[in-house]
Design a protein around this ligand. Structure first.
Ligand code: FAD
Length: 378
């Protein structure tokens, strides 16, 4: 990889502390979380204790008042440690930002400090059984009543759905169809009318809990509406570039990790009297992946810098999400091939990395939707 100029000495020190913490608190537990289908709450607490939650949220709300590059380091190191289970992207980069950017002071003080310690875990609830890509078709209904709204509806595929303590929910106020009647609400997950459904049984990324959620006559006070009524869709479009870049960061680092373990493997494994690495095909496949990873890191760094400077456009973020998620799938597949039969056996990490990769082309907006967004800028 080319030397990265994105990060300064403070960032590097932070990276070292994250790595050290992961050696103790993450790496030994990955397999357990995979089996349980859930990252432990103790881990979230430990992340809070180590200053890894809400790095770029101002200190007055419990965050650290740093820049997004610290968030990026957490995402990179998590994937480089061999998992994308802990959903930092959702908690740090999405939910905290909706609350911070659009929440009332009361809501910010109620939830952000708890999210910063790991006492409260966040979920973002947009997708529904009948709509995912087309978010303006959200059917969850928010009916105005004295002092607030009554929510009825359901969500599905919600990351952190089982662990969540606080949720940001997209719902429709009034009977009008389309984007202009969508508003966003924040609520605790222990209120009357909020039910967590089953934990979904996924192909990969199993240590990240994904669930259905149901709202039945659930009261949400007026001050828990984020921003203005009817502007929820605009806020979602404003926040999606950061969500998509978070996914791109995880993908690039996960691809790098798969490449690294494949290099180690082929240098050890022998066939026809020599190391698998010594076949010209192996070297060429690895050389090709190495070149793509090098280009990928340079592109990613430019995108992170642009986001920090608030210059990353919707279509540029979509291109990053598209390209890095496709790269990850290509790299893990080529790497699995180099493991031969062992690559298909669960005991080998590459098998899990291969399963984990697939969803990256689906969530946060599918590859097709990313292409649609990019094409609108042409
Ligand atoms: C593990 C996991 C975690 C998730 N986490 C969350 C979460 O935390 N919060 C949340 O709100 N959602 C979450 N999602 C939902 C995810 O964002 C959606 O699944 C995704 O946006 C696609 O929506 P859909 O599943 O309804 O597919 P659909 O919208 O039904 O799409 C089906 C197919 O049609 C294609 N398609 C749709 N529209 C177009 C078009 N205009 N042009 C071309 N092709 C099109 C799609 O690309 C796809 O291939 C998660 C999903 C998964 C699997």
């Amino acid at each position: 990889m080319l030397a990265r100029s994105l990060y300064n000495e403070d960032h590097q020190l932070f990276r070292e502390s994250v790595k050290k913490m992961y050696d103790k608190e993450l790496v030994p537990f990955v397999e357990q979380w995979e089996t349980e289908g859930l990252v432990s709450r103790e881990f979230w607490r430990a992340c809070g204790d180590n200053g890894m939650l809400l790095p770029d949220i101002p200190e007055q709300y419990g965050g650290m008042g740093l820049d997004f590059k610290f968030n990026a380091i957490i995402l990179e190191e998590t994937a480089l440690a061999g998992t994308t289970g802990p959903a930092f992207g959702v908690h740090n980069d999405i939910v905290a930002h909706y609350i911070h950017n659009y929440g009332s002071e009361k809501v910010k003080h109620e939830w952000l400090p708890k999210m910063a310690t790991g006492e409260a875990i966040g979920a973002i609830c947009m997708s529904e059984p009948s709509t995912g890509s087309d978010l303006k078709e959200v059917r969850t209904k928010a009916t105005p009543v004295d002092g607030g709204f009554i929510l009825n509806g359901s969500k599905t595929f919600i990351t952190n759905g089982i662990n969540a303590d606080v949720a940001v929910i997209a719902a429709r106020v009034g009977d009008d169809s389309g984007a202009k009647s969508i508003s966003l609400f924040v609520t605790g997950c222990d209120v009357d009318g909020f039910t967590k459904g089953r934990k979904l049984d996924k192909v990969g990324n199993r240590s990240s809990d994904t669930a259905e959620l149901f709202f039945e006559d659930m009261f949400v006070p007026t001050e828990n509406m984020l921003g203005k009524q009817g502007e929820g869709f605009i806020y979602m479009m404003q926040e999606l570039p950061q969500e998509r870049l978070s996914i791109a960061i995880s993908c690039q680092a996960a691809a790098q990790h798969a490449y690294d373990i494949a290099v180690d493997y082929v240098k050890e494994r022998r066939a026809f009297g020599k190391a698998v690495f010594d076949f010209q095909n192996t070297k060429f496949v690895l050389a090709n992946l190495k070149a793509q990873l090098q280009v990928g890191w340079a592109h990613l760094d430019a995108c992170i810098e642009a986001l920090v400077e608030k210059k990353l456009s919707t279509n540029e973020a979509a291109a990053a999400k598209l390209w890095h998620s496709e790269l990850r799938c290509k790299v893990v597949d080529d790497c699995l091939q180099m493991f031969g039969g062992y690559g298909y056996i669960e005991e080998y990490e590459i098998a899990r990395l291969w399963r984990d990769a697939r969803v990256m082309r689906i969530y946060g907006g599918t590859s097709e939707i990313m292409k649609d967004l990019i094409s609108r800028s042409i």
